[in-house]
Design a protein. Structure first.
Length: 247
C-alpha cells in the first residue's frame, strides 16, 4: 500500500494518542530520601547507590522514592520493578524489605500506610501508625509465600504490585536472582481490605543483619495499568478520532 503525505497526516493523531496513553502509565520517581544510611549517591530518578564498598557501610539503611500521588480506581494496578545488586557480608533475606506506600500526609518516614515484603512474608501497615515505614512495628502479617535457596550477594530482580478489586486489593511481591545460589521468593495475598487506595512512595530497608557493603538499585520503574472503564473510554475516544479522520 502506498503511503502518502495525506495518509501520514491523517494517522498522526492516532500515533500521538497511542504514545500519550502509554507514557501516561509510567510514573517518575521525582526524588530520593535516605533517613538512615551513609554514604549514598543518586545517579538519576531511577537509581540509587547506598554504601561505598567498605565493610558494612550499607547496613541499617532505609531509603525511599517519591512520586506523584496515585489513587487506585477499581481494576487499576500500580507496580514497582527494579534491579538490585548487593555486595559484601553475610546476607539474610528477612532483612531485605521493599514496598509501595501512602505517606498519608507525613513529611517524614513515619506514619505511612501501605504494604511491604519481608522475606517470604507480606505485611500491611496499620492505621494509625507512628513507626518508620520499614519497621515491623505497627504492622500485621497478611500471609506467607514461597522461598527457594539462599539469599546472598548478587544481582536480583524485584517486583511489587497492588491491584484494586472493588473495596479489596490483591498484593504480589517477587524477588529473584543469583546470589550464593539461584534464589527466588514469591508472596501474594488476595482480597485484603486495605487502609488506603492512595500511593505516593516506594521504600526499601537494608537491615542490620544484612552485612551489606554496597547496594545498587537501578532501572526503577513505577507503572499503572488503567482500570477497564478508563481503557474502554480511551479506545472509544481513539475510534471517534479515527472516524473523523476518514471524513
Amino acid at each position: 500500500m502506498k503511503t502518502t503525505r495525506s495518509t501520514l497526516i491523517q494517522t498522526a493523531p492516532f500515533f500521538f494518542f497511542f504514545n500519550t496513553l502509554i507514557n501516561a502509565q509510567t510514573i517518575i520517581v521525582s526524588e530520593w530520601h535516605v533517613p538512615s544510611g551513609n554514604p549514598y549517591t543518586t545517579g538519576s530518578a531511577g537509581s540509587i547507590v547506598v554504601g561505598d564498598g567498605s565493610m558494612d557501610s550499607a547496613n541499617s539503611a532505609t531509603f525511599y522514592g517519591v512520586f506523584d500521588e496515585i489513587l487506585l480506581a477499581d481494576g487499576m494496578t500500580i507496580s514497582l520493578n527494579a534491579d538490585l545488586t548487593l555486595a559484601g557480608g553475610s546476607i539474610h533475606s528477612n532483612q531485605m524489605r521493599f514496598g509501595v506506600y501512602d505517606s498519608d500526609g507525613s513529611s517524614t518516614d513515619t506514619g505511612w500506610l501501605g504494604y511491604f515484603s519481608q522475606n517470604n512474608l507480606l505485611r500491611e501497615r496499620n492505621d494509625p501508625n507512628t513507626n518508620s515505614f520499614a519497621s515491623t512495628g505497627g504492622t500485621q502479617t497478611l500471609g506467607t509465600g514461597s522461598e527457594q535457596n539462599s539469599f546472598g550477594n548478587g544481582n536480583y530482580d524485584l517486583a511489587f504490585s497492588i491491584t484494586r478489586d472493588g473495596n479489596l486489593v490483591d498484593v504480589l511481591a517477587t524477588l529473584t536472582g543469583v546470589g550464593s545460589t539461584t534464589y527466588s521468593s514469591m508472596r501474594t495475598v488476595s482480597g485484603d481490605t486495605p487502609n488506603t487506595f492512595t500511593f505516593d512512595r516506594i521504600g526499601f530497608l537494608l537491615g542490620s543483619s544484612l552485612g551489606v557493603d554496597q547496594a545498587t538499585l537501578s532501572n526503577v520503574t513505577i507503572n499503572t495499568v488503567p482500570e477497564p472503564s478508563a481503557l474502554a473510554m480511551s479506545l472509544l475516544s481513539l475510534l471517534t478520532l479515527l472516524r473523523r479522520q476518514r471524513r
